[in-house]
Design a protein around this ligand. Structure first.
Ligand code: HEC
Ligand code: HEC
Ligand code: HEC
Length: 138
């Protein structure tokens, strides 16, 4: 697995989470069976190529977005601090709906495709508003 190559490790959290999740990460790496989450939404396509990235590096997001969103929620609700400074020093508004889902407005082809494959069903959408579905390629 290349996910844990030196430079890619951001924090000890990644290692911890990675170890906890390694069984399914390895499972996801089976050739031919991987879901293919699309990041070609209108919002993302409008970005300049050099800026076309997630709030943190892709590898980190892939393995750790669950704990990452949890820490966002804690920071926003427990600490009342709704601005996240990412590893590049960029300030980002903490919002599931207005930040994550603004870029990933193709929830079905992105979040759901992966989650269905892994048989996870986050309960977030019981309360949080599902974005209007916007796919790429238009
Ligand atoms: C500014 C637009 C933007 C925002 C905001 C954003 N993302 Fe992303 N996200 C992207 C892009 C672009 C990629 C693909 C990056 C790449 O290919 O290097 C990506 C990749 C990912 C991946 C990895 C997908 C894969 O193929 O493994 C996950 C998971 C993810 N994002 C979840 C989230 C979550 C959760 C949030 C909110 C905390 C979020 N993103 C916020 C643009 C965004
Ligand atoms: C590359 C695949 C992939 C993509 C894309 C992805 N997820 Fe996930 N997500 C997972 C996996 C795998 C888990 C299960 C982790 C576990 O079992 O601990 C998960 C778990 C979660 C959880 C925790 C659920 C729980 O019940 O513990 C949340 C919240 C979540 N994802 C939100 C999102 C959101 C929001 C998006 C879209 C912006 C997204 N994910 C996109 C793979 C993905
Ligand atoms: C029982 C209803 C409910 C559920 C279920 C729920 N949330 Fe929330 N969430 C809220 C409320 C209410 C707020 C506070 C909104 C505010 O003050 O802006 C909030 C705020 C947040 C925030 C910070 C601010 C924002 O606008 O995004 C994050 C991040 C978040 N939730 C993530 C999640 C995730 C991830 C899940 C699923 C694992 C989840 N929530 C499930 C009700 C819920």
């Amino acid at each position: 697995m290349k996910l844990y190559d030196g430079g890619k490790i951001i924090t000890g959290l990644v290692i911890f989470v990675g170890l906890m999740l390694s069984p399914f990460i390895l499972g996801m790496a089976k050739p031919g069976e991987k879901p293919d989450p699309k990041t070609d939404t209108p919002e993302i396509q409008e970005m300049e190529e050099k800026d076309r990235k997630c709030v943190e590096p892709k590898e980190f997001m892939r393995t750790s977005h669950m704990v990452f969103i949890d820490s966002w929620r804690d920071q926003a609700l427990r600490d009342g601090d709704r601005v996240y400074e990412n590893s590049e020093g960029k300030e980002i508004d903490i919002s599931l709906q207005n930040t994550c889902m603004k870029c990933h407005s193709n929830k079905k082809k992105f979040c759901d495709e992966c989650h269905n494959y892994m048989a996870v069903k986050p309960y977030c959408w019981d309360c949080h508003i599902v974005p209007e579905e916007k796919e790429g390629g238009v």
